[in-house]
Ligand binder design. Sequence first.
Ligand code: SF4
Length: 434
Amino acid sequence: MSGTLKGKKFTIYTLGCKVNQYESDSMEDILRNEGAICVSFEEPADIVIVNTCAVTNMAERKSRQIIHRAKKISPKAVCVACGCYVQSGKEVLSVDKAVDLIVSNNRKKDIARILEEYFAGEEIIDNYIDINKTNEYESLVLYKPTEHTRAYVKVQDGCNNFCTYCIIPYTRGRIRSKALEEVVSEITGLADNGIKEVVVTGINLPSYKDDAGNGLKELLLAVAGIDGIARVRMGSLEPRVITKDFLEAISKEEKICPHFHLSLQSACNDTLKRMNRKYTIEEYMEKCKLIRDYYDRPAITTDIIVGFPGETEEEFEITFDNLEKLNLYEMHIFKYSKRKGTVAAEMDNQIPENVKNERSDRLLSMVERHKKAYEDMFKGEKVMVLAEEYETIEMGGKVRFILKGHTERYIYVNKEFSEDYCKTHINKMVDIML
Ligand code: SF4
């Protein structure tokens, strides 16, 4: 590198998911290594990078707003748009005067070279590729995550599922995975930097398979074998990955948390079919039972979309009843939102907003009930918490110190300790009575 970036101030604004955050953090590491200085988004900079999201029409709008805000804060900066909206909205971004450079997915690793070419006034080549025509896994490496105790590590990219509501296969391309040894080496580095908990994540994590044939099971076991890593958490899973063989292997490894985010989206088979999800609710229930056979009170969490096109009252009632039976720890409820360029956006029988709101409210009260019942099961038990941070609050004229963290089942815990205990136990495993 030529050193052009040395001393330049840069800032990165991230929208969207944990994979995007991982990629932003890795770009930050790359630019710091070139001698550039990271500043806050509100401070004028020489380089502003907006790592965009395109998951909904709203996410695209927000990405555009942030780009314009960035240009207002730093009018003289080179404004770089990267991320998924670059893939889905290249035509819009290319003519937007606030955008000086676009960098496609799979080209984030070249951010330093692209910026150097820009500052040198050279023609910028290779900053954009057709993501749907590549099998290359973009190997970024994370050294310093945003959180101090937990790191989200991307091990997989792309998706081949083409769910009818989702644009991601078009913005992230086909499935491809990082080699197991590279993941192990990256996480060993993070452990050396003090990271205790790692969340293995991807765009479609269940599809993880490297060129040597290692799948998710082998990967999780290898990560759990790294010295210094106390906990391994899995990102979003699908029912097909939950097999006896998988559970038999991972349940023997104590570092792998009994926490399964098992994507569902709807608990009615007709709706699932229109979504192009490739399992039935019966299969999903079977997989939850299997997890419960292998683990004591596992935390099973999921995502649900209400108001998907054509979701009748009857379909919703089926979903409602099945979710009641499933009795999961936590469900994230999303109201279906039309995404331009997807099959579902063109479907007949789009559901009015008031109906979506009503269905969402009904499920949210179920979420509250199930979550409380699940957490209550652990009352009076001693649990291990990874202490993430502490907060000071003033109560009755006295300053109190509250230690915060999560259990292996991802139950949030906060408890008062002495100032000294809080200060000396951050990033440590502590026993707490619930
Ligand atoms: S599995 Fe479905 S919802 Fe998930 S990224 Fe792939 S297409 Fe989108």
